[in-house]
Design a protein. Structure first.
Length: 442
């Protein structure tokens, strides 16, 4: 009989694929949709994580990638070794469409996948021929260990389609290859479980907590600020009793659709609910507790700070530009900038440099062995405006403390900022320490 439409109990259904749902035992329909339990998806939609990543990528995008070489005095200088410059050139111009088209695209693709999956790779197309045609960022990387034989199944998005290939170790190159293509793997390998894991896995509960707060708040407002409820609808006969007439089924279905239309969505906010049949009895029971705005704000602030703390130097003041004392803010920003650059170096450049050593040995000649071993890739931070401003402040500070004289300070400022490059050189009489008292020449 269809004389009472009520969700009397709920069933929890879980499947090996990681899906869960609540079902109405009466109709068999899924309640509230289906959600996939995926840390990757939760990370990708978490606003706090994505905000930090956006700020970090802006810093790295301001860094120029260059190839250096240590001389016999252990001094760094730009290398002129052609194979190294060729490798640097393909990194800066990977020639893949729609992406990556430049080094910043590679950094973004590698970093985001590393954070969400714990493993990512780039493919050097045609690299085994000693001439790299272009570079692709892997769409998905799967680690395999078959009786201690390591390989990686990698899918990429090439010319508009996805394909999977197995990359195996090439002894001569010391890297994983498939045909003429070479894979460079970046990953966060967990030695305990012998798997690659997201570096944020230890805070997955905090990520889910924050995402749930935001999702539930959004849904609450989308539903005109009505809490989750059980609505029982009874269709009564003329005597005021529950009707057992099966002929009322079609009427009931239409009425239920009308009721649902009047209850759902923000368009019904402030409207009066009216049953469109005199023999309808409706009972609403609230089944969720609505948190007040203060509780939501406190929880969001707490989870946000917990997430920020997992990134080197990140905190609310730095990421969101909260006002604080100038010296404190400068120290906080420097910690974040330094942490970001060192983090990218550990995550990306160290693996690139490890590969570069093998690559130069593979493409170079025996007479270049000392040159090859002294070459490495690095980030040039001189172009970052923050470090320029920081250096200028340090020059002014040591000048005010009378560690350097006026002309030396002017020279250093000119090296840091072109607007000071044309300052007139001070003569002996005008030079001296800032604040230094001079004898009266009159």
């Amino acid at each position: 009989m269809f004389n009472q439409y009520a969700l009397e109990k709920k069933s929890y259904q879980a499947t090996p694929s990681g899906f869960y749902s609540f079902c109405d035992n009466y109709t068999g329909e899924i309640i509230g949709g289906v959600q996939k339990l995926s840390l990757e998806a939760e990370i990708n939609k978490n606003f706090a994580i994505q905000t930090v990543i956006l700020n970090q990528l802006r810093i790295i995008n301001d860094c120029e990638l260059y190839a250096l070489q240590k001389d016999k005095n252990n001094t760094d200088a730009p290398t002129i070794y052609k194979p190294a410059l060729d490798f640097l050139d393909i990194l800066n111009r990977p020639n893949s469409y729609p992406a990556p088209k430049h080094w910043n695209d590679i950094v973004e693709g590698v970093y985001k996948s590393y954070i969400s999956n714990g493993i990512v790779g780039i493919i050097l197309v045609g690299g085994l021929t000693k001439s790299i045609e272009n570079i692709e960022v892997a769409h998905c990387v799967q680690y395999r260990n078959n009786n201690d034989i390591i390989s990686y199944n990698i899918s990429t998005i090439g010319t508009g389609y996805k394909y999977n290939r197995e990359f195996v170790k090439n002894k001569e190159l010391g890297a994983f290859v498939n045909g003429n293509d070479i894979a460079i793997i970046f990953g966060n390998f967990d030695y305990k479980t012998k798997t690659y894991k997201s570096p944020l896995e230890h805070i997955q509960d905090v990520i889910l907590w924050q995402n749930y707060i935001i999702h539930s708040s959004r849904v609450f407002y989308e539903n005109s600020c009505r809490p989750s409820s059980i609505i029982t609808v009874k269709f009564l006969n003329e005597e005021g009793k529950i009707s057992n007439d099966t002929r009322d089924e079609e009427k009931m279905q239409k009425i239920m659709k009308t009721i649902a239309a009047q209850l759902k969505g923000t368009n019904n906010n402030g409207k009066v609910f009216l049953a469109n049949h005199p023999n309808i009895e409706i009972d609403v029971k609230q089944i969720s507790v609505v948190q007040n705005a203060n509780d939501i704000e406190k929880q969001l602030a707490l989870t946000k700070q917990m997430i920020y703390s997992t990134f080197a130097g990140a905190n609310t003041n730095v990421i969101e530009g909260v006002s604080e004392y100038s010296n404190n803010r400068l120290a906080s920003l420097r910690e974040f900038y330094d942490g970001t650059i060192s983090g990218f170096t550990d995550m990306i450049l160290d693996d690139l440099n490890a590969f570069l050593q093998n690559w130069l040995k593979y493409v170079g000649t025996g007479s270049d062995i000392l040159t090859r071993k002294s070459i490495y890739l690095g980030f040039d931070i001189k172009g970052i405006q923050f470090y320029k401003d920081l250096a200028k402040q340090e020059v002014l500070m040591i000048a005010e403390k009378q560690i350097i004289k006026r002309q030396e300070a002017r020279t250093k400022l000119g090296e840091l900022d072109d607007s000071y490059a044309d300052l007139e050189i001070l003569g002996t009489e005008d030079d001296g320490f800032v604040g230094e008292k001079k004898p009266n020449t009159l």
